[in-house]
Design a protein around this ligand. Structure first.
Ligand code: PMV
Length: 330
């Protein structure tokens, strides 16, 4: 294959979203997407962003399409500028991406999107990098993407440039996440804007930052011991404290829908009957419930009732980004 053919040969890859069990919410000064809180997460199986990257020869040919829709190139500039500086290259990219799950709806699609993009671009350039380097590159696109370059369980420490893996995918093979897709439409406000509004206007933001490290440590220890009760109670405090900063922002941000609250109540009832069902939510109305393989069917049934037979996904801990080969994604 000559150089020109190689240039047009697409690189196709996949990455899965990173679900925060203890949340990143807020940024530190002094860098792009430097987290203000330590987050602990699991990369999810079965859900994937599939991305195809081609090298193009000029800036005006660079474009990013998600499910065929052209994206605002401004949103991607910091990512590409940093990639150019970090890998010392002068290439441009044509990118096509699709998600196997609702996009921009609070299902962490930006984490898998930028993990896949970082992975795809480094491979298309023929410059594979270490996971740590990939995490730093992905972080510039989206903070949570720093975690999605690893499989299994991860930590992104407050102020850190890159995430780390705390346990591999196989560490907790009977862990399940049951996702109630309450509303698959795009969210009314991006996590980026909601995060900065919470930081600038909520009187509880400082308490959120000050109290988050303890929760991260509790959750990490619980994951290492596979202790779902301890993990669940740290998770619950984390998402509720994060939402307190949103509810008290000016103007307030309320992603929750009546069905979200109904699912939270259903989890409470399941726990009262002895079934582990620990919910969490992100910047959107969907509720993700952590349970075990043994109980995932019962949890899925309960969630389905509360959401009027809405879509329910059952997933586990997933793998790091992978190269698929070549071929069109749309
Ligand atoms: O990575 P971003 O900018 O989409 O922010 C992610 C924010 C949350 O999903 C709410 C929490 C997290 O840690 O993933």
């Amino acid at each position: 294959m000559n150089r020109e053919q190689k240039r047009h040969q697409p690189t196709r890859c996949a990455a899965s979203p990173s679900l925060a069990l203890v949340k990143y919410w807020g940024k530190q000064a002094g860098g792009v997407n430097l987290p203000a809180t330590t987050s602990i997460a699991v990369t999810l199986s079965h859900l994937e962003t599939i991305t195809e990257v081609r090298l193009v020869d000029s800036r005006d040919k660079q474009c990013i399409r998600v499910a065929g829709c052209l994206q605002d190139s401004e949103r991607y500039s910091p990512f590409f500028d940093n990639l150019r500086a970090t890998l010392d290259h002068d290439n441009w990219f044509e990118v096509d991406s699709i998600n196997s799950f609702p996009t921009g709806a609070g299902l962490a699609s930006s984490s898998s999107a930028f993990a896949a993009l970082a992975f795809g671009c480094t491979r298309a350039l023929g410059k594979p990098v270490s996971s740590g380097e990939l995490s730093r590159i992905a972080r510039v696109g989206s903070g949570s993407a720093a975690r999605a370059v690893y499989g299994g369980f991860t930590r992104l420490s407050a102020g850190a440039q890159q995430a780390e893996q705390i346990a591999p995918q196989q560490h907790w093979s009977d862990l399940r996440v049951v996702i109630a897709v309450v509303d698959s439409g795009p969210k009314p406000i991006s996590s980026r804007s909601a995060m900065s509004r919470s930081a600038e206007t909520s009187i509880y933001y400082r308490n959120w930052i000050d109290s988050s490290e303890d929760l991260a440590q509790l959750a990490e220890r619980a994951i290492l011991r596979r202790d779902i009760e301890a993990l669940g109670s740290a998770m619950r405090q984390s998402y509720l404290r994060m939402f307190c900063t949103m509810f008290t922002a000016e103007p307030p941000i309320v992603y929750w829908l009546p069905e979200s609250v109904a699912v939270i109540r259903a989890c409470e009832r399941l726990r009262h009957s002895g079934i582990p069902a620990w919910e969490t939510m992100d910047a959107g109305p969907q509720v993700k419930v952590v349970t075990t393989a043994r109980w995932s069917g019962r949890v899925a049934e309960a969630l389905s009732r509360e959401t009027g037979n809405g879509e329910i996904l059952v997933v586990g801990a997933g793998a790091e980004p992978r190269l698929i080969g070549t071929g069109a994604v749309t």
